[in-house]
Write a protein that binds this ligand. Structure first.
Ligand SMILES: C[S@@+](CC[C@H](N)C(=O)[O-])C[C@H]1O[C@@H](n2cnc3c(N)ncnc32)[C@H](O)[C@@H]1O
Length: 220
């Protein structure tokens, strides 16, 4: 059992503005723990989390990998999330490097085919498109869930870039729910980028059925 990162340093103010780890986060941790031996065996050099929020997921993978030279990059559009991620890293003795930006935009050219682990628990809740637009512009807590059509408007933008970032042996983990149309995502990623997909964890949370998808190159 790898312990859940200690988040006791986060304040009520932080929780008002930054996504508080919930069922989806914990399912994500379970899936990563399940893959712990494989992940360690790959000796990853760069781990990139998109939308790191509190920093819980990156701190967790840091404790799975133990003391290594891995670079932990974490992006979020919400400035306060970057601050929480930094403090969570420090509090748990994992060197997390947060960057406040949209998805992986400033890293795309510099990290081509070099990221060994990519993690994304995106805003996946289906909403009106106007809602996702204002949530993305507002860069606050509603950016944590507002996902627009099929809950996929933010995720789809990232899916277009993920293959260019993944290293040869890279793995990309994505949180989804039924409403996101998982079969369509799998088929599209295979057809467009030759990325194969496995569902590595699944759990019902209230009315939602959550999954963790893991993508890797076909010709590994
Ligand atoms: C569901 S929360 C997940 C937070 C954390 N990773 C977890 O699992 O608890 C989604 C996160 O994505 C961030 N986010 C939303 N749109 C983003 C974008 N365009 N670029 C980067 N981060 C984004 C939100 O601010 C939020 O922190």
């Amino acid at each position: 059992m790898i312990p859940t990162p200690d988040l006791s340093h986060l304040t009520e103010q932080d929780k008002l503005h930054v996504y508080d780890p919930a069922e989806d986060t914990f399912l994500f941790l379970d899936a990563l723990e399940q893959d712990a031996e494989d992940l360690k065996g790959e000796k990853p050099l760069i781990c990139l989390e998109i939308g790191s929020g509190s920093g819980c997921v990156s701190a967790f993978i840091g404790s799975i990998l133990g003391s290594t030279n891995t670079l932990y990059l974490c992006t979020d559009i919400n400035n306060r999330a970057s601050d929480c991620t930094h403090r969570t890293g420090r509090h748990n003795k994992i060197p997390l490097d947060p960057i406040t930006c949209d998805l992986a935009r400033p890293l795309l050219k510099r990290l081509q085919r070099s990221v060994d682990i990519i993690l994304f628990n995106p805003p996946y809740v289906p909403t009106e498109s106007e809602e996702v637009l204002s949530a993305q512009l507002g860069r606050g807590i509603s950016g944590s869930w507002a996902g627009g059509t099929n809950g996929m408007e933010v995720t789809n933008r990232f899916l277009e870039t993920v293959e260019a970032l993944l290293s040869e042996r890279g793995k990309f983990y994505l949180v989804t729910l039924d409403g996101n149309d998982v079969p369509e995502i799998r088929e599209r990623m295979f057809r467009a980028f030759r990325l194969q997909c496995q569902i590595v964890a699944q759990r019902r949370a209230g009315i939602e059925n959550l999954h963790i998808l893991q993508f890797s190159r076909v010709n590994r």
